[in-house]
Structures are given as C-alpha cells and as structure tokens.
Design a protein around this ligand. Structure first.
Ligand SMILES: C[S@@+](CC[C@H](N)C(=O)[O-])C[C@H]1O[C@@H](n2cnc3c(N)ncnc32)[C@H](O)[C@@H]1O
Length: 228
C-alpha cells in the first residue's frame, strides 16, 4: 500500500490522459477543464498543439521551483513503495518503477517549462475542490485524474459529492480516473456518489479504459447531464 500524508504532486502526460479518459481527437478540441491538474504536462502539451485547457489546483499558489522541490521530496519514497508492492502494478505503458519515475520527471519538466507562461495566460488557476474559482464560463469536458476516489481515505464522501456537483454546474460532462483507492480497491465512495448523482438527475456510467498502472485500475467514471 502506498502511504501518503498528503496528495502527491505527480503529473501525467497527454498520452496518459488520452488513455485514462478515452479522449478522442474530437474530445481534445473541446473546451476542457482539468481539476486537480497538478504538475501534469497535459495542459502544456495541449497548448503546444493549439488546444486550450484550464487547469485548477491548489499547488498553483507555489512557484515552479517549489513544486519541483515538493515532487522530489516524495518521489523516491513513492517509487520505493511501488517496488515493495510488486503484485500491485501492471507494467505496460510504464515498463518498470524506474521507467515510471522517468516518465513522471519528463511530465514535470514539460509542465515547468510551460508553467509561468501558462499562469500569465490564465491556464493554471489556483483553486481547491469543492470551491472552484471559476467565472461563469462553461466547459464542454471536465477531467479529474488521480484525486477524487484515489484519495478516498483523505477526502470524505461529502467532499466527493460537493466537488462533482460543483463541477457539473459548470460543464456538460465529467470524467474521473481512477476509481481505485491508494490501496488498490474500488473506492467505497463510488457507489454512494453514483446514487447521489443519479438522484440529482445525472447519468453515470463506469467505462473501461486502455490504461492500467494500479492493478485493476482500468475504469473511469463518466458523468453527463443526459444519456448521450
Ligand atoms: C496526484 S496529483 C494528479 C495530478 C494530475 N491530475 C495528474 O493526474 O497527472 C493530485 C493533484 O491534486 C491536487 N489537489 C489536492 N487537493 C485538491 C483539491 N481539493 N482540489 C483540487 N486539486 C487538489 C494536488 O495538489 C495534486 O496536484
């Protein structure tokens, strides 16, 4: 089990986002919000390709140097814990724990190279679910990777419900990945969250995806206003 006292600033790439969220080329052209974007290179890579993503995260109150320092303060411990639990991981996209670290470092470097410019352009916004610092601007697609459900031991059911409701006020569709906790079991919040969302009139579905690092963690939750 990976033990964390706080949410780790590990970031993923555009290629990983595409796999985690089944993102099509059409999806990439949509107006996207990345909630809890952290030091992912998704925003930076999308920007380079001419697409626009807004990322929101409390760590954007820090400088790039401070985020880098926080990354390296926990990176080797995380990788050691991954190595200590060899049965818990699927090595495919990432070939090994060391390859995983290299990929996370590459994402961090791409993020850092874009961070100051992206902040100046309003692409990286300081904010913390469930209270979003958003204008009334609507989004077509909202993504949340490696925060909700993963940190179920740290984040309450109420926080999950309030966060998802706050996001759905601003957009048409939300995708959340993974649905497992850090202990690599399905989040105890998933079922009650789905019940609450269904009662609120949203359509929820659990969708298989072609990305699996945590063993069994190859599903996302898709929330939409209507069954489409
Ligand atoms: C494990 S990182 C994932 C980053 C990115 N989504 C990815 O998958 O590459 C989790 C991020 O969630 C952020 N976070 C923690 N609490 C949050 C909250 N209440 N609202 C938004 N982001 C939060 C952390 O600062 C961290 O950057």
């Amino acid at each position: 089990m990976v033990k964390l006292s706080h949410v780790v600033p590990f970031g993923r790439s555009l290629a990983e986002y595409r796999l985690m969220f089944n993102l099509t080329d059409l999806d990439l052209s949509r107006d996207i919000l990345d909630a809890g974007g952290g030091p992912a290179s998704f925003n930076a890579e999308m920007h380079q390709l001419g697409y626009r993503v807004i990322s929101i995260d409390p760590i954007y109150q820090f400088s790039g140097a401070e985020i880098e320092q926080r990354f390296y303060a926990c990176a080797s411990d995380i990788i050691r814990q991954v190595k200590d639990t060899p049965d818990g991981w699927v090595w495919g996209y990432h070939q090994s724990p060391d390859d995983l670290l290299r990929n996370r470092e590459t994402a961090l470097r791409r993020f850092l190279a874009d961070y100051d410019q992206g902040k100046a352009e309003g692409r990286y916004l300081v904010g913390e679910l469930p209270d979003l610092p958003l204008s009334d601007r609507p989004y077509d697609l909202m993504l949340c990777s490696h925060l909700l459900f993963l940190y179920s031991n740290h984040l309450s059911l109420e926080m999950h419900c309030r966060s998802i409701a706050a996001l759905m006020v601003r957009g048409q569709e939300l995708r959340i990945f993974p649905l497992l906790t850090l202990e690599r079991v399905r989040s105890p919040h998933l079922e009650p969250v789905c019940e609450v969302l269904t009662d609120l009139g949203y359509y929820v579905e659990i969708v298989p995806v072609c990305y699996e690092l945590q063993k069994g963690g190859n599903e996302m939750l898709r929330v939409t206003r209507l069954a489409v």
